[in-house]
Design a protein around this ligand. Structure first.
Ligand SMILES: C[S@@+](CC[C@H](N)C(=O)[O-])C[C@H]1O[C@@H](n2cnc3c(N)ncnc32)[C@H](O)[C@@H]1O
Length: 276
């Protein structure tokens, strides 16, 4: 949370990418990593046909799109994100879904108008997580669910632990922080602490996942150009990173040149209580 930092939040802390990075995020990161969790998050939330769903920190919209397919035509699915580049990609990919600019801390939605509020891999970037949880509870019907997905820590994600170390050595700590930020809610107790105060029947699950990239160059390119590093790394530095990755990260490469490593997630669901 911002109040726990000793410096102002950066774009990396807040997960804010530029417009070009949002395009790379959708084309490369979603198929390599994020997309595989969308159905698990909706299953955990108990989203069924006819439900109304809010996706907070929707990014380019992978969960909202899966929700729209599941709830059926004409049902209400809304995606909220503060990043204009992410929302532009989301709008283009699914014009029939309602996309709104806004933050989790001040959700641009009415009270109690969703059966399920979901948020996949975004809570790490909220500037005030407690307020964000209160807002999600306000948006959700009493008895509805709120579901949060976060990454397990770098200690459980060997590919990114190695990539962070490589980037720290090649480009310094500020650049490495951009890839550390997604892992700051990496323990089940961190996520339980968020959902516990707003309801009952908390369920926490470990969801196994696998990061899969076509090659080492593809992995480096995705991390650099599809995330907040895009503003910190120039083309020459990206080429140097790829060369260094060929030496240091070879253990993640299969015989066909593709890359894979475990990327497990924590998924937590809580049933929303009536406010006191
Ligand atoms: C790693 S992306 C995840 C996007 C999407 N949920 C997915 O699974 O592909 C994190 C998203 O959180 C958004 N975000 C950052 N701060 C936020 C805030 N305060 N409120 C809502 N979303 C926020 C970012 O703009 C970004 O789109």
């Amino acid at each position: 949370m911002s109040e726990e930092r000793n410096r102002p939040a950066t774009d990396a802390d807040r997960g804010q990418v530029n417009t070009a990075a949002a395009e790379v995020y959708e084309s490369f990161f979603v198929p390599a990593l994020f997309g595989q969790f969308a159905e698990a998050v909706l299953d955990h939330a108990d989203v069924v046909a006819g439900a109304r769903v809010l996706d907070v920190g929707c990014g380019t919209g992978v969960v909202a799109r899966a929700a729209a397919a599941r709830v059926g035509a004409g049902e209400r699915v809304v995606g909220v994100d503060p990043n204009p580049g992410m929302l532009a990609v989301a709008e283009r990919s699914a014009p029939s879904i309602e996309w709104r600019a806004g933050t989790s801390e001040a959700l641009p939605v009415e009270d109690r108008c969703f059966d399920h509020t979901v948020s996949q891999f975004a809570a790490m970037f909220f500037t005030d997580r407690r307020e964000a949880m209160n807002e999600m509870a306000r948006a959700t019907a009493i008895g509805g669910t709120i579901t949060i997905a976060t990454w397990f820590g770098l200690d459980r994600t060997p590919g990114y632990a190695a990539m962070v170390a490589l980037i720290a050595e090649e480009l310094g700590n500020e650049a490495a922080d951009a890839l550390r930020a997604p892992f700051v809610l990496g323990r089940p107790e961190d996520v339980r602490g968020l959902v516990d105060p707003i309801g009952h029947d908390v369920r926490l699950t470990e969801s196994s996942g696998t990061a899969r990239f076509a090659s080492l160059a593809d992995w480096v390119h995705t991390d650099v150009q599809g995330w907040t590093l895009a503003d910190l790394v120039d083309d020459e530095q990206e080429v140097a990173l790829i060369a260094r990755a060929e030496q240091d990260l070879a253990r993640f490469v299969s015989a066909d040149g593709s890359v894979s490593f475990p990327a497990p997630a924590i998924i937590a669901t809580v049933v929303v209580d009536r406010p006191d």
